[in-house]
Design a protein around this ligand. Structure first.
Ligand code: ATR
Length: 273
């Protein structure tokens, strides 16, 4: 069996082994996929050892995505701009290629699975940390009308707007700058939900046709999803579909085969419940 793994810390609740094993079953591929908790400071050594032992592909999650980008010998354009890689694999010449499939996964879940429009939409991204940065390029390549980045710390949103401005109409500011603006698509990329919080947001930024996406997921609707539904958003979703879609993009890079994601999204949803 070819060997794959996901490296992160913490890693206990990772659904990646279930997802990749389910994909492999669709094709009859024989794989071994392990979730490995890597100690902080030990990423580079562990990743090097993994590939020296013949590892065929590595997924990387929090907090090692920036280190994975630094580790890769060659990076895709989007991983370079994100400053983060979630997918590593060896090329024929042994060089380690790094890519970031998070943004593709997000776009695919919203556009294909949920039927939400990104093209032409007024998009708001909440947060300016690693999670936001990882998805901005694929979002902008969908040609939204405009993309606003709002962050508790306004200066970080401004920095990201500068980095991604060449890809479209991008601006950034603080959460207080949302007053008086309205959006068709709102993507929560803050980590506020991990402690059950919702950033302070003006309800008037939603219209009766706004779609709201939370990049995190859980057994229950997230605090941000509940906030959006209370304020009459048209549609709300959590990030489970994004998780499965980014895994499918990794799978495609490693196996040159595109798995069916719908049944796997339903399978992981059942495991969560
Ligand atoms: P991640 O990799 O999940 O993006 P991160 O890089 O630490 O993690 O970024 C966390 C993001 O969530 C930041 O945008 C952070 O805002 P600040 O830059 O102002 O710190 C945002 N965030 C975290 N907790 C928040 C809260 N309670 N309210 C609003 N924003 C919050």
């Amino acid at each position: 069996a070819r060997k794959f793994a996901v490296y992160g810390n913490p890693i206990k609740h990772s659904k990646s082994p279930i997802i990749h094993t389910a994909f492999a079953a669709q094709f009859g591929h024989r794989i071994e996929y392990r979730a490995v908790r890597v100690e902080l400071g030990d990423f580079e050594r562990s990743a090097r050892a993994f590939f020296e032992r013949g590892g065929a592909g590595l997924n990387v999650t929090v907090p090692f995505k920036p280190e994975a980008a630094a580790f890769a010998d060659r990076l895709s354009e989007r991983a370079r701009r994100a400053g983060a890689a979630n997918t590593l694999h060896p090329a024929a010449d042994g060089a380690i290629l790094g890519d970031n499939t998070d943004g593709l996964g997000l776009v695919r879940d919203m556009v294909v699975n949920l039927g939400w429009a990104v093209q032409g939409a007024r998009v708001l991204v909440l947060g300016a940390g690693g999670a936001a940065r990882g998805v901005l390029e694929p979002l902008l390549l969908e040609r939204p009308h405009s993309l606003y980045i709002a962050n508790r710390t306004a200066s970080k949103a401004g920095e990201l707007a500068g980095i991604f401005g060449e890809l479209g109409d991008v601006a950034g500011g603080g959460l207080e700058d949302l007053e008086g603006r309205a959006f068709d698509l709102v993507i929560n990329a803050t980590s506020a939900g991990l402690s059950g919080e919702v950033p302070p947001l003006p309800p008037a930024m939603l219209t009766e046709r706004s779609c709201c996406y939370d990049m995190v997921y859980g057994a229950e609707p997230t605090a941000f999803m509940r906030w959006a539904a209370q304020h009459a958003a048209w549609a709300v979703a959590d990030g489970l579909g994004m998780l499965v879609e980014q895994a499918a993009e990794s799978y495609y890079r490693w196996h040159q085969a595109r798995p069916e994601t719908g049944p796997v999204i339903r399978q992981v949803r059942e495991v969560l419940a």
